[in-house]
Design a protein around this ligand. Structure first.
Ligand SMILES: Cc1cc2nc3c(=O)[nH]c(=O)nc-3n(C[C@H](O)[C@H](O)[C@H](O)COP(=O)(O)OP(=O)(O)OC[C@H]3O[C@@H](n4cnc5c(N)ncnc54)[C@H](O)[C@@H]3O)c2cc1C
Length: 341
């Protein structure tokens, strides 16, 4: 009989991140597809009580927890030991986990420790003709594959943003504490260092992705560049809309070439073949040409619009649902004025 462990970790504030509820939704769907397999929930964090309460109504067979100060921060030695202990305590044949950056670093090692197999960046799980089938994309999101395996335990790391998160009322949950034998821990987390951006502009949970292209820093009709104005318009829009900021490769590379740049734009903002493939509901590209290596990163953005002065740009060739042939400086100034109202 198959059984499932939904493996999640808390945020630094003790709450579960949104991807944890998505993994839980996948685990519960999988259990239903398998004809009512049991679901355990495994929690890792400094204190997992609040997280357990948040999933009290999920109908888990057991709530297993590894907690303590040493599990409050991401660290390979402690996270891998905690995850392996939870899988063993549950004896699950499937482990549905969140592909957060914290777990992405340890889950392959956990598969090795428990003698299992792993598939990462999974975008969907289904049961077909009695077999569990997972979906994932290869070659920078150009090819979709379905994978099935006989080996167990099978760790399935689900990419955030692919499914509707589970939701239910909070309650009073009882957590079964799982003991972990830790090896000598040599790594101490001294703190976090953020990229040299003036502020946080990457918001994976935002409904809208706003993408800036190199056009913002190019000479405009008057023969001059207008980078300070571009910065003001883009930041003004981000503040008002709480959109996430993406950039084209040309724009984020410009900083390394000593050209006029948007100071808040880093390589972490890059969307595309060699950048990120985010999953926002809507996307608005501005001053960006819509080249294939860029737009392949838009694979999972559902509604796409672009603003470009060039009616023959890449967006016009099937890459966007709507193309506004207009000056992005003028359009965004007007949009910001409307948002202010
Ligand atoms: C192997 C490989 C991998 C790559 N990976 C990526 C990747 O991950 N991500 C990525 O982005 N690119 C990637 N590229 C590069 C990609 O091919 C393009 O060169 C790049 O995306 C172009 O950036 P851009 O559209 O911002 O700039 P440009 O091509 O310079 O386009 C600027 C656009 O701005 C418009 N514009 C200018 N002023 C205005 C205005 N006032 N109002 C409105 N529009 C205006 C212009 O009409 C123009 O279309 C890759 C290329 C290769 C070869």
């Amino acid at each position: 009989m198959e059984s499932i462990l939904c493996l999640v970790h808390t945020d630094s504030n003790g709450a579960l991140p949104k991807p944890a509820f998505e993994a839980l939704a996948v685990a519960k769907d999988l259990a239903a597809g398998l004809g009512g397999a049991s679901v355990d929930i495994g929690l890792i964090g400094a204190d997992v009580a609040a997280a357990a309460n948040a999933v009290a109504a999920a109908g888990a067979r057991k709530l297993l927890g590894v907690s303590g100060a040493e599990f409050g921060q991401a660290r390979y030695a402690t996270d891998a030991a905690a995850a392996a202990a939870l899988v063993k305590a549950s004896s699950a044949t499937f482990v549905v986990a969140t592909q957060t950056s914290r777990f992405a670093r340890v889950l392959a090692g956990v598969a090795q420790r428990i003698g299992g197999r792993i598939d990462t960046h999974v975008t969907g799980v289904a049961v077909k003709d009695g077999a569990v089938v997972v979906n994932r994309w290869y070659y920078r999101q150009r090819m979709e594959a379905t994978v099935t395996r006989a080996a167990r335990p099978w760790i399935i790391a689900v990419d955030p943003g692919c499914v509707k998160p589970w939701s239910g009322a909070a309650g009073a949950a009882k957590v079964e504490a799982v003991k972990v034998e830790l090896p000598e821990v040599r790594t101490q987390v001294a703190g976090l260092r953020s990229p040299s951006a003036d502020e946080q502009t990457i918001r994976p949970d935002a409904e809208l992705l706003f993408v800036a292209g190199a056009g913002w820093t190019k000479k405009q009709a008057d023969g001059q560049t207008h980078v300070p104005e571009a910065e003001k318009l883009i930041l003004g829009f981000l503040h008002a809309s709480q959109a996430s900021l993406g950039g084209s490769k040309s724009l984020v590379d410009a900083s390394g070439e000593g050209e006029a740049v948007l100071r808040f734009m880093t390589h972490l903002n890059q969307i595309g073949q060699t950048g990120a493939t985010p999953r926002h509901q809507k996307g608005l590209a501005t001053c960006c040409h819509g080249e294939e290596p860029h737009t392949v990163g838009w694979r999972f953005v559902t509604e796409r619009r672009a603003i470009n002065k060039d009616a023959g740009c890449g967006w016009a060739r099937g890459k966007a649902d709507v193309l506004y042939v207009a000056d992005a400086f003028e359009v965004m100034a007007k949009v910001n004025a409307l948002l202010k109202k």
